[in-house]
Design a protein around this ligand. Structure first.
Ligand SMILES: [Zn+2]
Ligand SMILES: [Zn+2]
Length: 225
């Protein structure tokens, strides 16, 4: 029996999502809390610029909020969609229903994380994986069309996708720790800092050696102290 990746439809030997789509979906889930936060800056109509740029116009009367932004930020928006998937996953694994925090922003964080840390099981064992991955991708697109009207695929071509930290040991014995980015169509990941190249056969090793938490001591070291 042949399997197809539920997102990109390439042939798989087993499971429901290919490694690339599993990774992309995990990264989308990890970005969700940030996207939810960033959306707050786009609630007012006409607020299309960077949330960091000064846009206060005190002379103007308060305007109604942008409805699509409000919908995404409401309890049934990003939070509700992620929670529905989390509840469905837990039900299918015979786990109890998840506890839901009160704060909507916290709900986004908790539900996204609960799905992200279960992506291995979702990709290998859950028939709904493809459907979930589609919906998460659509959700990210909805947010990005508001906060970053540039096509997310174009953006990935230019800036790449952040996939982790370089684990190469430098001549001085320090770990490089620079951020590694993947570019569409390029199977080799090349560290821009130390030029170490990672082939697909190195991905597993790379992943296993990632620092468990964002580790400030692994930040790129310019070499002068
Ligand atoms: Zn795929
Ligand atoms: Zn490096």
């Amino acid at each position: 029996m042949t399997h197809l990746c539920g997102l990109c439809e390439q042939q798989l030997e087993h499971g429901h999502l290919c490694p690339g789509c599993t990774r992309a979906t995990t990264q989308r889930l990890e970005r969700m809390p940030t996207l939810w936060n960033v959306l707050a800056a786009f609630l007012a109509p006409g607020s299309s610029g960077s949330p960091l740029a000064g846009r206060t116009r005190p002379a103007e009367a308060p305007l109604p909020v942008r409805e699509n932004v409000l919908t995404l930020r409401a309890a049934g928006g990003i939070a509700g969609i992620l929670e529905d998937w989390r509840a469905a996953m837990q039900a299918d694994r015979g786990w109890g229903p998840p506890a839901v925090p009160v704060d909507v922003g916290r709900r986004v964080t908790v539900a996204a994380r609960a799905l992200a840390i279960n992506m291995d099981w979702i990709a290998s064992d859950w028939p709904l994986a493809g459907q979930m991955a589609h919906e998460i991708r659509g959700l990210e697109r909805d947010v990005l069309t508001i906060v970053d009207p540039e096509d997310p695929d174009e953006r990935r071509h230019r800036y790449g996708t952040r996939i982790g930290y370089c684990v190469a040991a430098l001549p001085d014995g320090e770990v490089c720790g620079a951020v590694l980015r993947a570019y569409p169509g390029e199977a080799t990941l090349t560290c821009r800092w130390c030029a170490t190249a990672y082939q697909p056969k190195d991905y597993l090793m790379l992943r296993q050696l990632q620092p468990a938490a964002p580790a400030t001591h692994l930040a790129p070291n310019p070499g002068v102290g």
